[in-house]
Design a protein around this ligand. Structure first.
Ligand code: SF4
Length: 321
């Protein structure tokens, strides 16, 4: 495709906005934390790019007065819980998460009450209210370590992701009571299309996030968190990979391994990019990011008592990881 005048104008506009954002960030002593699933033009202006665990750690360490979280709502909430006195902004308050929403607090409280002797481990992809009902939080990077740190005779409830939960049961040999939640993006991969793609690329390694369904994990050569997948691709001798997680990760991955071939795992539904994208993550745009830092809104506001209770299980996770 030849560059058109329209493309030049779009690039110029993007670069102008990025420069204005960088200037504004310095003036306001703000930090931009961006998840790997964000659009490349957002990742380019971020101070830190990472997965949930890396960003939670960065949020805990920052000395900036304002945190702009380019990610989804539960991530910005976690940043606020770790920094109650700071201003935490999210470019679009509607950027939710299907997995977090699959675990409503009232129903979860009811389940917890039925099993009072169980320890509650929750994946970080849940609301602040669910975190207040948890003993310890985990991410896909540290979940195995956290489950293994719990005494063998202590029964466990794991929420909200049943796919990650059943993967962890296999890895750790622990039986756990699983909440029936899932992420629509990681459940959107088509096994048939994946196998067809593999047939066309027989030397490819299939790598998958543990939020994916069991039949996808069964054919994967490597299963790991977002950062785990990035490291795997960097250190592997192979040169072609089929990547089963949100397609936004491909931007950072390709930067790390410019000479390797990366193919997004195909989704069941046909869409414009033929891959799986998180519509919630993509609600944030460069323009919304700029507007939110300029106007210092939308801001994440949480009740002090809720923040205090939700902080305990996150603190336990950070101490263990
Ligand atoms: S990819 Fe899934 S788990 Fe991640 S933010 Fe989107 S909906 Fe939530």
């Amino acid at each position: 495709m030849y560059p058109t005048k329209e493309m030049d104008i779009r690039t110029e506009r993007k670069e102008n906005l990025q420069q204005k954002l960088i200037k504004l960030k310095e003036e306001k002593n703000a930090v931009i934390l961006a998840h790997y699933y964000q659009e490349p033009e957002i990742q380019e202006v971020a101070d830190f790019i990472g997965d949930s665990l890396e960003l939670a750690k960065k949020a805990a360490q920052t000395s900036a007065e304002i945190i702009v979280f380019a990610g989804v709502h539960f991530m910005a909430e976690t940043a606020k819980i770790l920094n109650p006195s700071k201003k935490v902004l999210l470019p679009d308050l509607n950027a939710g998460c299907s997995l977090a929403e699959s675990c409503p607090p009232d129903a979860f409280r009811e389940m917890k009450e039925k099993y009072p002797d169980h320890m509650v481990v929750t994946y970080i992809n849940c609301s602040a209210e669910i975190k207040t009902l948890s003993d310890i939080v985990c991410t896909s990077s540290n979940a195995e370590k956290i489950i293994n740190s719990i005494p063998q005779d202590k029964p466990i409830i794991f929420a909200p992701d049943k796919n990650l939960g059943s993967y962890l049961m296999k890895k750790t040999g622990r039986k756990m009571l699983l909440w029936d939640g899932a992420c629509i993006v990681h459940e959107a991969f088509s096994l048939d299309k994946l196998l067809k793609l593999y047939k066309e690329n027989p030397s490819a390694m299939i790598i998958a996030h543990p939020e994916s369904e069991d039949h996808i994990l069964k054919v994967a050569n490597y299963i790991g968190s977002t950062s785990g997948m990035l490291n795997y691709v960097k250190n592997s001798d192979h040169d072609t990979f089929i990547v089963a997680t949100e397609a936004g990760i491909l931007h950072q991955m390709q930067k790390d391994v410019p000479n390797k071939i990366l193919i997004p795992a195909p989704a069941k539904e046909d869409n414009t990019c033929a891959c799986s994208e998180c519509a919630f993550m993509k609600m944030n745009t460069l323009q919304k990011l700029y507007n939110c830092l300029k106007n210092e809104e939308p801001e994440i506001i949480l009740d002090n008592d809720l923040m205090e209770k939700a902080h305990r299980p996150i603190k336990r996770m950070l101490e263990l990881s």
